[in-house]
Design a protein around this ligand. Structure first.
Ligand SMILES: CC(C)(COP(=O)(O)OP(=O)(O)OC[C@H]1O[C@@H](n2cnc3c(N)ncnc32)[C@H](O)[C@@H]1OP(=O)(O)O)[C@@H](O)C(=O)NCCC(=O)NCCS
Length: 177
């Protein structure tokens, strides 16, 4: 079966390859990238890739690997994860290496991912979550037209209760009419 591939003007969003594991761990080891995310070790980073591969195999989508067309560089991930605990709704997510910020790549990938969801899934809504202080991630949500859902802030059950990263905000897009 051919590898999943979604092209945008400057990016390729694609299935994960084993060669992505090393640069993904480098990305996950950068304190700037992980400022609003729980720190992870090599095994957790590899497990995340395994989960992405499993989601892609079972559902046909995941937080896809992002490659820059111009030079083939692995930039990180962007895409729709299938509905899962705790929210049971398709979730758009993104994480790019620090040197790829500020170029519009996340918004470009996120916009294409959202369009892909409407074209290929029957879900009525797609959501995204982050901690309230993650201004850059919230800006991506707003740029692609997602709306902050008042009253939907929640404590993420995967984060310890006393961790400053436990509180999350939720944004959502509804299928265009
Ligand atoms: C969240 C994250 C992906 C956002 O990346 P980003 O580069 O800020 O987002 P965008 O791709 O939308 O880029 C927007 C910026 O590029 C600029 N830009 C430059 N060229 C552009 C172009 N051709 N098109 C659009 N924007 C462009 C915009 O002006 C904007 O700059 P600003 O931030 O100074 O206002 C990134 O900060 C990240 O990986 N963070 C760590 C992981 C994380 O927190 N993920 C979310 C957890 S839920």
């Amino acid at each position: 079966m051919s590898e999943f591939r979604l092209e945008t003007e400057r990016l390729v969003l694609r299935a994960w390859r084993d060669a992505d594991r090393d640069p993904f761990f480098v990305l996950n080891s950068d304190p700037a990238v992980m400022e609003y995310l729980p720190a992870i070790d090599r095994a957790t980073s590899d497990n995340a890739v395994d989960r992405m591969n499993a989601a892609q195999a079972e559902h046909g989508h995941c937080f896809w690997a992002v490659e820059r067309k111009a030079d083939g560089a692995f930039l990180g991930f962007c895409g729709p994860m299938p509905a899962r605990d705790p929210l049971h709704e398709v979730e758009l997510g993104w994480r790019l290496s620090r040197d790829a910020w500020g170029a519009g790549y996340a918004s470009e990938g996120a916009r294409a991912s959202l369009a892909w969801c409407w074209a290929n899934l029957d879900t009525p809504t797609v959501m995204a979550i982050t901690v309230p202080a993650n201004r850059r991630s919230r800006a991506v949500m707003e740029r692609i037209g997602m709306t902050y859902v008042e009253g939907a802030d929640f404590d993420h059950p995967g984060v310890p209760k006393d961790d400053p990263l436990v509180r999350h905000v939720l944004y959502r897009s509804a299928r265009p009419a």
